[in-house]
Design a protein around this ligand. Sequence first.
Ligand code: G1P
Length: 276
Amino acid sequence: MIQKCLFPVAGYGTRFLPATKSSPKEMLPVVNKPLIEYAVEEAVDAGLTRVGFVTGRGKRAIEDHFDINYELEDQIRGTGKEDLIHPTRELIGACEFSYTRQKEMKGLGNAVLTGETLIGDEPFAVVLADDLCITDGEGVLMQMVKLFRQFRCSIVAVEEVSDDHIHQYGVVAGELVKDGIYRVTDMVEKPTRDQAPSNLGIIGRYILTPNIFDVLRDTLPGKNGELQITDALKAQAQEGCVLAYRFKGRRFDCGSIDGFVEATNHCYEKFYKAGS
Ligand code: G1P
């Protein structure tokens, strides 16, 4: 039912300079796999195999990563190293990729609106690859797709955020529907501690109904003069229904150095060391 997943990847990743000077931040490896590959894997596990990237300048490495490299495959054939590239090759085979380019950095809302051409008139997911989500069971997107089947409205994934960090998030207020599911009543993009309507911060996983594009077109620039998806979702919540979902699993803020190092240590123990 939901087939498409949009990945806004045009951002500069300035917090990781100089590493991101000429390489996309989404290609930073957590152990031996780029952040964007974890994200695409999560989408494919949820059945979302039509993958759209909203890219920008300097992001060519992402396109190359999700393309077959015959020369490399030829080089490593018979060396035992094929296994290292096999999962990526499978992922490439499972997906259909499309790309469009964001002309100016005008906010996440603008990135999503730029992706309309890849999505059309159907519900879709949005994943911010620098939020790395690791679960023991179903991935976060799969959890959300199941919820969408039940409620058929836009859904944002949330987690509890400390007062010190709340200003970095879109923050929701909502009424509890049932365990971990809230009907959103208010949303504020990057509030001060005093403005925050709760301690539930949005993380980079969204399911959006397609009328979000019309809502975005009617939304004025918000925080930092940028078009905010949070503001459009607030309008959607006021007209109909938007859910906030406290996902099961652990999320790492790989947009920050601390979160990135934590994710690296976690994945090293969980996937690499355990498998070696
Ligand atoms: C974006 C959204 C914000 C959300 C966050 C999750 O902000 O605007 O609402 O909480 O992603 O990572 P960014 O971190 O891109 O500034």
